[in-house]
Structure formats: C-alpha cells, structure tokens
Design a protein around this ligand. Structure first.
Ligand code: ADP
Length: 150
C-alpha cells in the first residue's frame, strides 16, 4: 500500500490543494491530508473549520484521510507509516524552499517527496490571497474545491 501525506496549513484548503490531491490519487493508494498546527501561528480558520472544509471536498472518498499534527512534518509521516510527502509547486518561488525541505527529510528518514506542478489555471491561487479577499468581504467560492461552502 503506497501511502503519502499532503501536509500544509490549509488556511483555507483551496481548489489548488484539491487538484494536487486528486492527481496524487493516481500515484498513491491513500493520501493523508496533514493539517500542521503551530500554536504560535495565528490562522483565520479554526482547526475544526479547516477539517470541515476538507471533509466536504472529499466526501465519500475513502482513500483520503484528514489528520492534524503538531510535530515535525517528517515525524508525522513516520507516525502514520507514509513513505512519501506530496507537495505542489506553483512557481520558482516555491522551488528552493521545497528542495531544502525535501532533501532534509530524505536525509533524516528516507521519506521521499513527490512534487506535482500545479495546473496553470490554479497557479495563482493561494490561501494568503483567499484570506485577503475574505478580509475585504469578497466571495472566494471560485478559490474553493467543488462542493465546499464556508
Ligand atoms: P504551507 O504552510 O506548507 O505553505 P500551504 O497550505 O500553503 O502550506 O500549502 C500546502 C501545499 O500545497 C504546498 O505544497 C503548496 O506548494 C501547495 N499549494 C498551495 N497552493 C497551491 C495551488 N494553488 N496549487 C497547487 N498547489 C498548491
């Protein structure tokens, strides 16, 4: 059984994240979406709300699990017996950061990182912009996965 984690803050989970997980399901038997919780980092959406959004997006898909964690990401991967970390890459801006983390994780534990390039139609979508739009009272439904309402 090939199992991957898809870690992130997901504040909120967007259609860009959704697309990466959907595509990842052609590579892995199971994907655990890991919501990283850092008590020092303030988020707009509560952990309960972030879980609820992801549940709505993947309703009925038993291959997708959701779990929060407050450890090092790679320790979470080991904890849930996942051999892979799935990540999405939007731009060169993401590249150096992802490479550093991926190399560190592999060196520490042998856990491999699998990176999928974002579909170009979603490459401008980010949780940060979604939160900014919300703060100005804008509707962000086009940023969210299908079937998700806030
Ligand atoms: P983090 O706090 O780790 O940056 P995010 O919630 O922002 O977490 O993102 C989690 C993962 O999703 C990262 O691999 C990120 O590159 C990827 N991602 C973010 N936005 C998009 C998008 N629009 N399309 C594809 N992947 C994305």
């Amino acid at each position: 059984m090939k199992r991957a984690i898809f870690p992130g803050t997901f504040d909120p989970f967007t259609i860009g994240h959704y697309s990466i997980v959907q595509r990842g399901l052609s590579l892995f038997d199971e994907i655990i979406i890991g919501i990283g919780v850092n008590p020092a980092k303030k988020t707009l959406f509560s952990i309960e709300k972030r879980v609820q959004i992801i549940q709505q997006a993947f309703e009925n898909d038993l291959r997708v699990k959701i779990q929060s964690y407050d450890s090092l990401t790679v320790d979470f991967a080991l904890l849930v017996n996942a051999g892979f970390v799935l990540r999405g890459l939007r731009s060169v801006g993401d590249f150096e950061y992802e490479r550093t983390i991926a190399d560190t994780n592999r060196k520490l534990t042998g856990v491999e990182t699998v990176i999928l390039f974002t579909e170009s139609e979603y490459s401008f979508i980010s949780s940060t912009v979604a939160r900014d739009l919300i703060s100005y009272g804008k509707d962000i439904s086009s940023f969210l996965p299908p079937n998700v309402t806030l």
